[in-house]
Unconditional design. Structure first.
Length: 113
């Protein structure tokens, strides 16, 4: 659909698929951000997830204190965002919804290991 085998899809978009739901009983979440030399897809508890992306928009999502700490330790992160590529293609929201609908309709897995 996108000319590549891998792409990043927002987790919330996956809830339309069988077996995936939002845990409404969960009262607290702890985020652990891993930072590598480049953006990576890694596995945590058997599920693919992404490392901290250091692009301009992504860094807006963390607290100002955390951002200041990152810049103090890694001042090079303040450079142009074009140097901080994503680990895989990240389609627009509409395209993500279309991809999930297509997988659901065709009963195809979204992850093949």
């Amino acid at each position: 659909m996108f000319g590549t085998q891998d792409c990043l899809i927002a987790a919330v978009k996956l809830i339309d698929l069988s077996g995936i739901h939002i845990d409404t009983d969960c009262t607290e979440v702890t985020y652990i951000h891993l930072l590598f030399d480049q953006h990576e897809v890694i596995f945590a508890n058997g599920a693919p997830c992404e490392s901290l992306h250091t692009g301009t928009e992504a860094l807006k999502c963390i607290s100002s204190a955390a951002r200041a700490e990152l810049f103090a330790i890694f001042p090079e992160l303040m450079t142009a965002p074009s140097q901080h590529r994503l680990a895989a293609l990240c389609p627009e929201n509409r395209q993500q919804r279309q991809l999930i609908a297509r997988h659901k309709k065709n009963k195809k897995p979204v992850l093949c290991l």
